[in-house]
Design a protein around this ligand. Structure first.
Ligand code: PBG
Length: 336
């Protein structure tokens, strides 16, 4: 029996380009910069009032005066956009979430304040009713508890208009009602808000990773054991995500989003490959909480996993990431 003698040396040595920092720097395919980050911030009423969110270490709900230094730091760090989420006074919550359309509500006031003080910082607002409804669902309900679509879209359109009138740069409908992008886009055109961009939460899944966010905006208690599966997407589906993205683009979305982030990077990649439009991902509250908790226990290296997780979004094809790590990551990235 004749045995082939092994090759005296490997045909290829990929390690050659990994040996020195200069070659690693030279051949690196993806880079993360502060410009890739959108910083979600929770706001509430009051002055000089900050309330920590226990399930999101490092995250606080801020009164509007305390929001300004945060905005200032975003500008300094090169973070292009700040995303606003409200924790609404429970006394203002109703079954139809009408407070969402108040032109002098918390979010329109936050938008006006930010755009006055920091005109060059992009401001994004979430369009959905859950912070404003007494039941914590993103829309209005019929007698059986089903979330009504077209009735909800009407309120969402009024909410988006209130944000546009306050001067917001980008509205981000996160409600997953059918036809809301088209309705909002048409209302914007009719009312002359032709520069207001829409980032559609196009592929938003009915995910268990939103738990800490619901603590932050105060909807977890009202939601109880009910979920959002009759409007948010089934985590088992990806073809459906492409269909949702196609609809939102056709209805006038400027940018699309996949949410959650890390467990759905396959969806980010498919969306980017298929449509080649500005594509964003949301590293949601539960993802943040996981990494914070493991780091706090000394089980993971905080800064290393933070940056590795954010780079993964770029590798998957995302143009940017909404992340509660934005400030911490940008502080490090600015130095390198
Ligand atoms: C509201 C909304 C949610 C998130 C963003 N907008 C929660 C939900 O749909 O229940 C989740 C964000 C996060 O978990 O960080 N529609």
């Amino acid at each position: 029996m004749h045995l082939h003698s092994p090759a005296p040396f490997p045909q290829n040595r990929p390690r050659r380009l990994r040996r020195n920092a200069f070659t690693r720097n030279l051949v690196r395919e993806h880079v993360l910069t502060p410009h890739d980050l959108i910083y979600p911030v929770f706001v509430h009423e009051g002055t000089k009032l900050r309330t920590p969110v226990p399930s999101m270490p490092g995250v606080e709900r801020l009164s509007l005066d305390l929001l300004l230094p945060v905005a200032q730091e975003c500008v300094q760090l090169g973070i292009p956009v700040l995303a606003l989420f409200p924790a609404i006074d429970p006394a203002l919550k109703t079954p139809d979430g009408k407070e969402a359309t108040n032109p002098d509500g918390l979010i329109p006031r936050a938008v006006r304040t930010l755009k006055r003080e920091f005109p060059d910082l992009g401001v994004l607002t979430d369009v959905a009713l859950d912070p404003y409804t007494s039941h914590g669902q993103d829309g209005v309900l019929d007698d059986t508890g089903y979330i009504l679509n077209d009735e909800t879209v009407e309120i969402l359109t009024a909410q988006a208009l209130a944000h546009a009138q306050a001067g917001v740069d980008i509205v981000a409908p996160s409600d997953m009602m059918d036809g809301r992008i088209g309705a909002i886009r048409e209302a914007f055109e009719v009312q002359g808000h032709i520069h207001t961009a829409i980032m559609a939460y196009s592929a938003k899944y009915a995910s268990a990773f939103y738990g800490p966010f619901r603590d932050a905006v105060g909807t977890r208690g009202a939601l109880g054991k009910s979920n959002k599966s009759v409007y948010q997407m089934d985590p088992a589906n990806t073809d459906e995500a492409l269909r949702e993205v196609a609809l939102d683009i056709a209805e006038g979305a400027d940018m699309v989003m996949v949410k959650p982030g890390m467990p759905y990077l396959d969806v980010v990649r498919r969306v980017k490959d298929e449509f080649r439009v500005p594509t964003f991902a949301y590293q949601v509250s539960g993802e943040y909480a996981m990494l914070k908790a493991a780091s706090a226990n000394g089980w993971l290296d905080h800064d290393a996993v933070m940056l590795e997780s954010l780079l993964a979004f770029k590798r998957a094809g995302a143009d940017g990431v909404l992340t509660y790590f934005a400030l911490e990551a940008a502080r490090i990235l600015q130095k390198v």
